[in-house]
Write a protein that binds this ligand. Structure first.
Ligand code: IPE
Ligand code: IPE
Ligand code: MG
Length: 234
């Protein structure tokens, strides 16, 4: 039996479909999804989860129509600005993973501000994947190591791990993806090596504490082996 996951990762999916079903524009789903995410940060922390990583915008999401991309960027702008107060109140540390240099300067600046302001917080460690792709993260990490003069012919697993955007954070124990899709879509390719996967049918804007409890319950009944044998199996 596993206890609650130490690190929960979530692919927030289905905002668009949620809105369409209600006859609303896709952006209404993103707005509701952002609100659900705010609540979820408090709920996961109250469950005993220490690290929470969410996929908010992928390196491939730039391929969406320009009006949807700009609506998402505006939503993220608001999110970064409004998060400082709440994060401080909840003692939450926020980090954005992904290629921040590919974002508009003002968004980049408010991310830096939020990260700096919450750096010393010791409650939930919340990572938002933004302009994030697992392949891009690995390529940037290798480039960074090469630029720092590291001998790449002797590169180790732990050196590469520490050069990733997620450095210092343990791998996710549980990955949840909402809205019925069962794929990784370029999320945390390195870090998910031994994570448990859980697929929820409900769209992200409908996700709530009861849905989270179902995922944690499923997780707690899994046997994790990490390539070896579990206790009592030898
Ligand atoms: C997830 O919802 C949010 C982002 C990818 C930005 P989607 O926008 O992917 O919603 P669906 O999958 O089209 O319903
Ligand atoms: C993955 O969802 C990216 C985010 C949730 C930010 P997508 O909706 O972009 O994934 P695909 O295109 O269905 O694989
Ligand atoms: Mg989607």
């Amino acid at each position: 039996m596993n206890a609650v996951p130490t690190h929960l990762a979530v692919i927030l999916d289905g905002n668009g479909r949620w809105a369409k079903k209600k006859g609303l524009p896709r952006n209404a789903g993103h707005v509701k999804g952002a609100r659900v995410l705010e609540d979820m940060c408090e709920i996961v922390y109250n469950k005993g989860i220490k690290y929470f990583t969410v996929y908010a915008f992928s390196t491939e999401n730039w391929n969406r129509p320009a009006d949807e991309v700009s609506a998402l960027m505006n939503l993220l702008r608001d999110y970064m600005k409004n998060s400082v107060k709440r994060a401080m109140k909840n003692n939450m540390r926020v980090r954005v993973i992904g290629d921040k240099t590919g974002l508009d300067k003002d968004l980049f600046d408010s991310i830096e501000e939020l990260e700096k302001a919450t750096e010393g917080n010791t409650g939930l460690f919340f990572q938002i994947a933004l302009n994030y792709g697992g392949r891009d993260e690995i390529v940037r990490a290798v480039r960074k190591l090469a630029q720092s003069g590291a001998d790449l012919t002797k590169l180790t697993d732990s050196e590469l791990n520490e050069a990733l955007d997620t450095s210092g954070v343990p791998d996710p124990d549980l990955l949840i993806r909402t809205c019925g899709e069962e794929r990784i879509s370029n999320f945390l390719l390195w870090q998910l090596a031994y994570s448990e996967f859980y697929f929820a049918d409900c769209a992200w804007p409908d996700f709530n504490e009861a849905e989270l409890d179902k995922a944690i319950e499923s997780y707690s009944s899994r046997t994790r082996r990490f390539g070896g044998l579990a206790e009592g199996e030898a």
